[in-house]
Design a protein around this ligand. Structure first.
Ligand code: MN
Length: 234
């Protein structure tokens, strides 16, 4: 079982000091400072077949995620960000820190994405997280439809998110490129519980232009255990 640490600290967000949980998502170098390693997949490249194909997984994890990792390490070298966990880096960068924004976002987002998938997923949440999904969306189907719609509505490359805000409310949002809701300049900030990668590199080999088929397939390998673990430790 992967161990995660959740340490409250303060971060400068939207002009004020807010207490935000410091989440350690990385599944091999948990809560580690840079330089960062590529987290190993906790399942085989072909384990998510037929929903996500082996070749896509090999390239997505072995090339794209590796690239974000390497370029993040280059970007933080010799800066004050080197000795920060990735969550703190994302909370503290400015919009103009382009290389760290793109590659740090890419690192964090893919860590969450791959850790949220499983060949043996828990397909429906239970417990506290399910309670707030029902409270904030009305039904599980309404939630899934909203997240799917957000994923389908991203124009170009980006992500759709299930996020919890500082008041504990769940909301769906989307971001472009490798931005995510932890970034203080995000229009809807909070802590991501689930992220759907809708860059074409995530699905094009198998699904081509049929993003909806990929999003539907995503829900077949989405393991709610991971989101529940994040939520339960907030
Ligand atoms: Mn990706």
């Amino acid at each position: 079982m992967r161990r995660r640490k959740f340490i409250y600290h303060t971060a400068l967000v939207s002009g004020g000091l807010l207490a935000l949980p410091n989440l350690g998502f990385a599944f091999t170098n948990d809560f580690k400072e840079g330089p960062f390693d590529l987290p190993k997949l906790p399942y085989a490249y072909d384990a998510l077949e037929p929903f996500i194909d082996e070749q896509t997984m090999r390239i997505h994890h072995g090339k794209h995620f590796q690239g974000y990792t390497d370029n993040l390490n280059k970007a933080i070298e010799g800066t004050g960000f080197l000795k920060m966990p990735i969550e703190d880096i994302l909370k503290n960068i400015k919009p103009t820190d382009t290389a760290i924004r793109n590659n740090g976002g890419g690192y964090y987002n893919h860590d969450l994405f791959f850790a949220s998938l499983s060949p043996d997923p828990k397909k429906i949440p239970t417990g506290k997280l399910m309670d707030v999904i029902l409270r904030d969306f009305g039904s599980y189907n309404a939630f899934q439809n909203q997240l799917s719609q957000a994923a389908l509505s991203v124009f170009g490359s980006g992500w759709a998110w299930l996020t919890v805000n500082q008041d504990g409310l769940l909301f769906i949002t989307s971001t472009h490129n490798q931005d995510n809701p932890l970034m203080s300049f995000s229009s809807n900030s909070g802590i991501p519980l689930i992220g759907i990668d809708v860059w074409e590199h995530a699905y094009y080999l198998k699904y081509q232009n049929k993003r909806k088929d990929y999003v539907d397939a995503f829900f077949n390998v989405l393991d709610w255990k991971h989101a529940e673990e994040i939520y339960d430790n907030l």
